[in-house]
Design a protein around this ligand. Structure first.
Ligand SMILES: NC(=O)c1ccc[n+]([C@@H]2O[C@H](COP(=O)([O-])OP(=O)(O)OC[C@H]3O[C@@H](n4cnc5c(N)ncnc54)[C@H](OP(=O)(O)O)[C@@H]3O)[C@@H](O)[C@H]2O)c1
Length: 391
């Protein structure tokens, strides 16, 4: 791949209408022509998708929801821009020969098929969609091993930090990887108060602006559970090599401890545009649009152990990272369904994690599932959460 302005790196931004997708377009717009948008995709927000297409003039846009796509007139797309629809359209766009890097920024299990298609086509995938590795980590790693050119560069700020810190040593010199967590809006709330949490309170994250699903996941700390599983597969670690520390300032994005006791961390203000840029331009570092650290003021950077009692989601992450097999897919699908129910007002905040545990414990564990098995278990887990909600 070439990064000169004359031959720009061609990017498919899958999930361009979302929080990560919009930040990625800011990074691309500021890249001075080194990055070029080749594909954009959205699902419900099709007017924004068309507006982005007019601004970035991509080769292809994908409207993931076929019904919504059919109901819309597309006269406002730029001339020559091709429209694809549905999950198959996403998969086709992810594998286009004209694409060098696919930014996988669709939320939830819906992101797996297009990420898979991109890797199958031998692309570099800048991976924001953590659910891909949580659901199908071992299968994705096998696919990468057998596909020339296929590779994952993490976009999640914690995993980007680990990816960067790992460059300070050899893989067999790594003792521990510590993911940091802001602690979310309820870090200091007593357990009793958590029962009364409202949707608005759960959606008010103290340090990061993100889409609704990951914001609720941060409030329950399920986000960190999913990230533990993601890190386990992304970096080929054992579950007991992973740990979590609460870091309310969200400046230290994660740490790697080496066998000699040295700790290497990556630090920067909480701004997703930095890890997105790093992933899209890897291995180059360029001046960034992201906010910079203020060296003129005093900073207190705190690290404290996570409270597993108030945030029982964390244990689920470690358990699924250790168990592997079908457990991650079931946890991820149950959590997506539980978060949806919470956002619809059908489930209390403190019921999200127990619902996930109940579904996880009642599932028939499969040690070596296929993609089809995982899709079946995904549907089953969502239905189980619905029964929990109705019970
Ligand atoms: N936000 C962050 O700072 C952050 C940080 C680290 C990792 N991540 C991860 O990045 C992913 C995206 O997060 P986000 O916060 O950007 O989410 P978001 O703001 O909710 O955006 C999600 C994107 O996915 C699209 N989408 C939703 N359902 C879809 C479906 N069924 N099929 C195809 N596309 C669909 C949305 O389209 P419409 O908007 O048009 O409906 C939107 O473009 C998640 O996996 C999250 O865990 C996010």
């Amino acid at each position: 791949m070439n990064l000169s302005a004359a031959t720009p790196r061609r990017v498919a931004v899958l999930g361009s209408t979302g929080s990560v997708g919009r930040s990625a377009l800011e990074v691309i717009a500021a890249s001075g022509g080194r990055l070029r948008v080749e594909v954009l995709s959205g699902c419900g927000n099709l007017d924004l998708l068309a507006e982005q297409a007019r601004q970035f003039n991509p080769h292809t846009v994908v409207a993931a929801d076929r019904k919504k796509a059919d109901a819309r007139k597309w006269r406002d797309l730029p001339e020559g821009c091709r429209l694809l629809t549905g999950p198959e359209g996403l998969a086709e766009a992810a594998g286009l020969p004209a694409v060098d890097v696919v930014l996988a920024a669709i939320v939830g299990a819906a992101g797996l098929q297009s990420t898979w298609a991109a890797l199958e086509a031998g692309k570099t995938v800048a991976l924001a969609n953590k659910e891909t590795l949580v659901t199908a980590g071992p299968l994705v790693q096998q696919l990468i091993e057998k596909t020339p050119g296929a590779r994952l560069i993490p976009v999640d700020s914690e995993h980007s930090a680990v990816f960067q810190a790992l460059q300070a040593g050899k893989r067999d010199e790594v003792a521990k990887v510590v993911l940091t967590a802001s602690g979310g809006p309820f870090r200091t709330w007593p357990a009793d108060a958590l029962r009364q949490v409202t949707i608005e309170e759960a959606l008010a994250h103290p340090t990061w602006e993100m889409g609704p699903k990951i914001t609720i996941d941060s409030a329950t700390m399920m986000n960190k559970a999913l990230e533990i599983i993601e890190a386990r597969w992304l970096f080929d670690l054992q579950a007991d090599q992973l740990d979590v520390m609460i870091h309310p300032q969200s400046i230290i994005h994660s740490l790697v401890e080496f066998v000699d006791g040295s700790i290497v961390a990556q630090m920067s203000p909480p701004d997703m545009r930095l890890p997105i840029q790093y992933a899209l331009e890897f291995p180059e570092r360029r001046a960034a649009v992201a906010e910079r650290f203020d060296w003129t003021r005093a900073w207190n950077l705190e690290l404290e152990p996570a409270d597993h009692e108030r945030f029982p989601a964390l244990a689920l992450g470690f358990e699924c990272a250790a168990a592997g097999g079908s457990s991650g897919a079931v946890l991820s699908a149950a959590n997506e369904a539980a978060v949806e129910s919470f956002l619809e007002g059908d489930l209390h905040f403190t019921e999200i994690v127990p619902a996930c545990r109940s579904v996880l414990e009642s599932h028939n564990f499969e040690a070596d599932p296929t993609l089809e098995d995982l899709a079946r278990l995904d549907r089953w887990a969502r239905a189980e959460v619905q029964s929990w909600v109705l019970a």
